[in-house]
Design a protein around this ligand. Structure first.
Ligand SMILES: Nc1ncnc2c1ncn2[C@@H]1O[C@H](COP(=O)(O)OP(=O)(O)OP(=O)(O)O)[C@@H](O)[C@H]1O
Ligand SMILES: Nc1nc2c(ncn2[C@@H]2O[C@H](COP(=O)(O)O)[C@@H](O)[C@H]2O)c(=O)[nH]1
Length: 190
């Protein structure tokens, strides 16, 4: 068979919809898809590990990486900076391995503009009420931060029309199955 580059999958959707939950479960089944660890200026949450969940950086460090053009995309999301390290993505795809990004909607837009052939999956909540309940239940944000995330979610949901696939995260297991089906189908694409 001819040497082939890997596929770039982009999983996006509003905060609290369950991107992390779905992706963690998916990656347990798929050890041949590489998760790109983002850099962020957000404070680590309890239990989060530097270099596993995120590369945690100061705002100065982040801005210096932006200046050096180290990010495939970056954005200010809910008052913190987040970016996808470019070198990791390039080198992994070149090696023929698939990569998945879990990023916000602004970042996904940048990848769409810059990268040819990405596969964009929008993860949507069954309702805004359910989204609010999930963020509240997670309990990792302050009241103000939750309000910002929900306000942003209203606008973000309008973006789903620009994606290749729409997956509603009602039951985690069903959402995982649908994303697995997308990955398999894309791997068979001629
Ligand atoms: N299908 C589901 N049904 C009920 N609860 C869910 C479902 N999917 C995820 N959750 C819960 O919703 C909360 C938010 O999920 P998660 O942290 O994965 O969202 P996220 O989209 O990654 O958020 P963020 O963008 O803020 O990082 C978690 O407490 C998670 O357990
Ligand atoms: N544009 C980017 N968005 C990213 C990246 N990594 C994560 N994210 C998104 O940020 C929000 C908040 O995440 P949280 O961990 O603080 O809850 C969420 O929508 C993530 O998908 C990135 O590299 N670029």
């Amino acid at each position: 068979m001819l040497e082939q580059k890997g596929n770039l999958f982009i999983l996006s959707g509003p905060s609290g919809v369950g991107k992390g939950t779905v992706l963690d479960a998916l990656l347990k089944d798929y050890n041949d898809i590489c998760y790109s660890i983002s850099t962020t200026t957000r404070e680590p949450r309890k239990g989060e590990v530097d270099g596993e969940d995120y590369f945690f950086a100061s705002e100065d460090e982040f801005k210096s990486l932006v200046k050096k053009d180290e990010f495939l995309e970056w954005a200010k999301v809910h008052n913190n900076y987040y970016g996808t390290p470019k070198k990791y993505v390039d080198k992994t795809l070149e090696a023929g391995q698939d990569v998945i990004l879990e990023i916000d909607i602004q970042g996904a837009k940048q990848v769409r503009d810059k990268f040819d052939g990405g596969i964009f999956i929008f993860l949507a909540p069954p309702s805004l009420k359910e989204l609010e309940s999930r963020i509240n239940k997670r309990g990792t944000e302050t009241k103000d931060a939750i309000a910002t995330r929900l306000e942003n979610a209203n606008k973000e949901l309008e973006e789903k029309k620009n994606y290749d696939y729409l997956v509603v995260n009602d039951q985690v297991e069903d959402a995982i199955k649908k994303i697995e089906a997308i990955i398999i189908a894309e791997r068979c694409r001629l």
